[in-house]
Design a protein around this ligand. Sequence first.
Ligand SMILES: C[S@@+](CC[C@H](N)C(=O)[O-])C[C@H]1O[C@@H](n2cnc3c(N)ncnc32)[C@H](O)[C@@H]1O
Length: 271
Amino acid sequence: MKINIPKKHFYIKDEGFTLLLGDACSLLKKIPKNSVDMIFADPPYFLSNGGISVQSGKMVSVNKASWDMGMSTEKKLAYNRKWIKLCREVLKDDGTIWISGTFHNIYFVGVALELEGFSIINNITWRKTNPPPNISTRAFTHSTETVLWARKQLTNTKKGKHLFNYQDMKYINGGKQMKDVWEFSLTPKREKKYGKHPTQKPLALLERIILASTKENDLVLDPFNGSGTTGIASYIHNRRYIGIDLEKEYLELTEKRYNGLRESMDNEKKL
Ligand SMILES: C[S@@+](CC[C@H](N)C(=O)[O-])C[C@H]1O[C@@H](n2cnc3c(N)ncnc32)[C@H](O)[C@@H]1O
């Protein structure tokens, strides 16, 4: 697929694995319309509000980065509508979008999806098996994240014919229908050996999403690439990938993960 974007934005342009450096809202406009099979997006959660949490037994600030700072209610909705609208344009009519979040952003995402012409298929709850404790002792321990899965609403009555690999999901669930509550640990240390990203998702979560809603050689896009978990899961399962991030540092980390993965897959082939 030909992407008409100035050279300076291409960080990696391999066959089937592209990383773009820049603002998702400008770059999405340059990607051909109706070309993407599936989008996974882990947008800013607006979590960085000066609070504290615990990591490895130490008190740490919950502040992640400037891109994660809180904003007004109106701005949160407008922000999510803007990038979701652009994602709809590049998504094929039968494609789907997955968006992750917590209560800080997910209700805005849900409303934005409906306003921008999507219909929600599932509300997945990721139950974290090892959440950090709530040290304020003034609330329940936060131990879940939500992932909304949506398809295009084409007209008032017609929705896109989305792909759901029902039998594969049943198979990996021991022969029983897979439910919408998924259990995974926080991102394990071994997945952070090339460096840290403050909100890196576990690979197992992205592998499940990709296996549930795409087929081999499909094109997957992540407008908020981060450390590239979506790209790594896509590469493992022979899906093509485009990732976008504002920060060069995160694309460098993704490149390290990608090179490490290719090396280990090559070594496996030699055995
Ligand atoms: C929540 S993190 C994604 C983490 C990712 N799922 C992973 O597993 O590593 C959001 C990412 O979006 C990037 N970002 C924020 N605003 C952006 C924008 N307007 N355009 C492109 N990237 C953006 C940030 O730099 C950050 O890396």
